[in-house]
Design a protein. Structure first.
Length: 72
């Protein structure tokens, strides 16, 4: 093995290590964001339920009738 071969192998290994290090950092970020993502998904689900309830109240005929009576 010549000097250039050793240098080439060293450069390839350095790039491989940098890639592996970046990969593990990204994996850690994704894993830590998973808990926050689950919390946000739960909050979105709860908000959708609340909006559905409000829509049901506002579109109810008795609510509309009450508003019309109050306007008189």
């Amino acid at each position: 093995m010549g000097v250039f071969d050793v240098g080439f192998v060293a450069v390839v290994l350095a790039f491989a290590y940098a890639f592996y290090e970046q990969h593990t950092k990204t994996k850690v970020k994704l894993h830590s964001g998973s808990a926050a993502n689950d919390t946000l998904q739960q909050e979105i689900t709860e908000l959708k339920k609340r909006v559905a309830t409000l829509e049901a109240i506002v579109t109810d005929k008795s609510y509309t009738l009450k508003q019309q009576i109050d306007q008189l």
